[in-house]
Structures are given as C-alpha cells and as structure tokens.
Design a protein around this ligand. Structure first.
Ligand code: IMP
Ligand code: MG
Length: 333
C-alpha cells in the first residue's frame, strides 16, 4: 500500500477512524495526511481509551507515523493544540503552511445562519464560513498563526518525497461521498467535495500516485442533520436493532437505515474505489463479535459480504467485528 486513500461511502461515520488506526498499527504506516476539517470526528479505540479526533490523523496510534494536515484543510487552532496534547504527538505532527484557519467569527456565522442551522443542520463548527472566506481570498493561513510556527511544513512536498522513496502513505478522508458538495444530496451536504479525488487534491498528491482507494462502508447507514436517507427507520426501531448511535462530534442523534446497495455502487464508482472495508458487522450479526477470521463468520454474515462484493465488483478486504483498532478480519494477501 505505498499510497492508499481512505474514503467514506455514505454520510460519514462509517468507521474510518477505526480502519485507519488498524492500518497504521498493522502496516506500520510512515505518513498519514488528514484532510477536511473540524466538523468531522474520527473515533479511535485503542488500549481501552476512546479518542474522538477532529484534527489529528487517526493513525496517531502507531507512534512512528508522521502526522500531517493538508493544504486544503481548515484548522481550528485551539482544537488542534488540545488534541496534539491529548495524543502526545507534538514531535511528529506537521501542518501545511497554506492550510486555512477557522476563526471564532466563523462558528458564530454558522450558528447564526438560519438556512445552515435549520435546513441543512450544520455542525456549527464554522467550516462553511471559513471556506467562504478562503474563496474570497481573505482567509488567514497556518503560516500567519504564531502558535502553529513549530508545526509548519510543506505537506505536498513531504508526502511526495516519502512516496518517492517507497514509504507507506495514507490519505485520510473525512465525511462520506453523499455529503460531498458536488456529488452528495445537495443542499444537505458539507462545504467541500469529499470524494477520493478531492482528498488527493487537499493533500497535494496527484491521482497517478494513488495505488488503492479503500472505501469504508458501515453495515447499516446513518446520517446526522437533515436530508434524504432512503429506507430510514424510526429511532425506536433503531434502538431495538442496536443501530442507534449519537454523533461523535456533536452528540446529536444519528438517524439510521439498512445498507443500500445502489448507493454503495454509486459511491464505489464516483471514488474509483478498488477495495472496501465493512465496519460494525457485529452490530448487524451479533454472533460475529470479536471474530478474527472470515471462516469464523456465520452464513448470513458471509452472504452479506458476498452481496456487497457482487454488487460493487470490488473485494471486501477488511471487516470490523468490534470497536478496538485490532478487532478486524483482514483478508488482504
Ligand atoms: P457542516 O459541514 O458542519 O456545515 O454540516 C453540514 C452537514 O454535514 C450537516 O448535515 C452535518 O451533520 C453533516 N456533517 C458534517 N461533517 C460531518 C461528519 O463528519 N460526519 C457526519 N456528518 C457530518
Ligand atoms: Mg464522525
């Protein structure tokens, strides 16, 4: 996996944090670049601790991994500094000179905007208004912020140099395809493109440098905020099935629905995905909990995995069977 892009299939919260933390430990990743911004939270469970990361790459669990935040990202300085502290990563994290800054006024604008708040259901972290500011060419950049001086770097240069000497690089996408500003369920979307191509662009990596695009599916679908969710079930039904979740970032209820193969196919096509991961198989089929090999899975769970492979035409290489980073069935060669 010299360069792998991790991308979400649906509306975020597919479990990208878990998959990235597993790959970091298992493959001994050299470099991980986080894209997107503070509206996304990646949950990592490691050694009994839970982390909900809004800024620091989920690969931090592997202590030799260089952690980078790309030029296309938007940084909330206070949150970043807190997470650097929490994860003890100040010696190995780098921020691109040209990443832009979310200021306090941006969050205030998010929350005061009736369309964003009531119609779209923004997380209110100020990401949309910060991107508007960047488009107007008036945004502050990371290089303008005193507290970020120790971390400044050229992420694109670092990553491309690392790939040139055969290091293992992972580009960490945030959110999911159906929240993409271009390809999602507009206007119920986030303020950026969330597809694999956009992840490369934000990190400063050309498309020909990518070896694998690993798409992450959850065994059922969830979304927070407004917008269509085909097959949506009631909260009561979700609780009964064990699917009910609250958002790692905002604590809001997540709505839920069964896995949708049509949407899965669309997400694979639009991202040019070459491999898939499926998380929370143990929630859909409780007897899968803690399974470490494919052969340990019950027949109905295998059938579900086979159906995903058949309909999307890509292999399911990783299967999540529990919350910890290492609760994974790994079918890669
Ligand atoms: P905003 O990007 O914070 O303005 O939110 C716009 C829409 O995207 C809302 O429906 C949010 O709930 C959703 N959204 C943004 N980031 C995430 C995420 O990381 N996971 C899930 N939903 C998100
Ligand atoms: Mg999340």
């Amino acid at each position: 996996m010299p360069c792998t892009v991790i991308v979400g299939a649906f509306w975020g919260d597919e479990g990208k944090g878990k998959i990235i933390s597993y790959l970091a430990l298992k493959d001994k990743l050299d470099v991980c670049v986080r894209t997107g911004s503070v509206n996304a939270a990646h949950t990592v469970w490691y050694k009994g601790n839970r982390y909900a990361l809004h800024m620091v790459p989920a690969a931090f669990v592997y202590e030799k991994c260089r952690l980078l935040i790309g030029a296309g990202s938007n940084i909330e300085v206070k949150q970043l500094l807190e997470e650097i502290d929490q994860t003890n990563t100040k010696n190995r994290i780098g921020v691109d000179n040209q990443a832009s800054i979310i200021e306090e006024k941006h969050a205030i604008q998010d929350k005061a905007n009736a369309h964003l708040k009531q119609v779209v259901g923004t997380t209110g972290r100020g990401v949309g208004p910060a991107i508007e500011e960047r488009v107007r060419r008036t945004a502050k950049l990371a290089k303008d912020i005193l507290e970020l001086k120790p971390y400044l770097t050229d992420v694109s240069e670092e990553v491309n140099n690392a790939m040139d000497i055969g290091k293992k690089v992972l580009l960490e996408g945030t959110q999911g395809l159906l929240l993409s500003l271009y390809h999602g369920t507009y206007p119920y979307v986030t303020g950026r493109d969330t597809s694999a191509a956009a992840i490369c662009s934000e990190a400063g990596v050309g498309p020909t440098k990518v070896d694998e695009v690993l798409i992450v599916f959850k065994s059922f679908m969830t979304r927070v905020g407004a917008g269509p969710l085909p097959g949506e079930i009631t909260k009561e039904e979700a609780i009964k099935r064990g699917w009910f979740e609250t958002a790692a970032g905002t604590g809001r209820d997540r709505r839920s629905a069964p896995f949708n193969f049509e949407l899965a196919k669309k997400a694979v096509t639009l991202n040019g995905a070459t491999q898939a991961a499926v998380t929370k198989l143990d929630i859909l089929f409780p007897t899968c909990k803690g399974a470490k090999t494919y052969d340990d899975l019950p027949k109905d769970a295998k059938q579900f995995i086979k159906e995903i492979e058949k309909q999307t035409s890509i292999p399911v290489v990783l299967i999540g069977t529990g919350p910890e980073a290492l609760d994974i069935i790994d079918r890669r060669k």
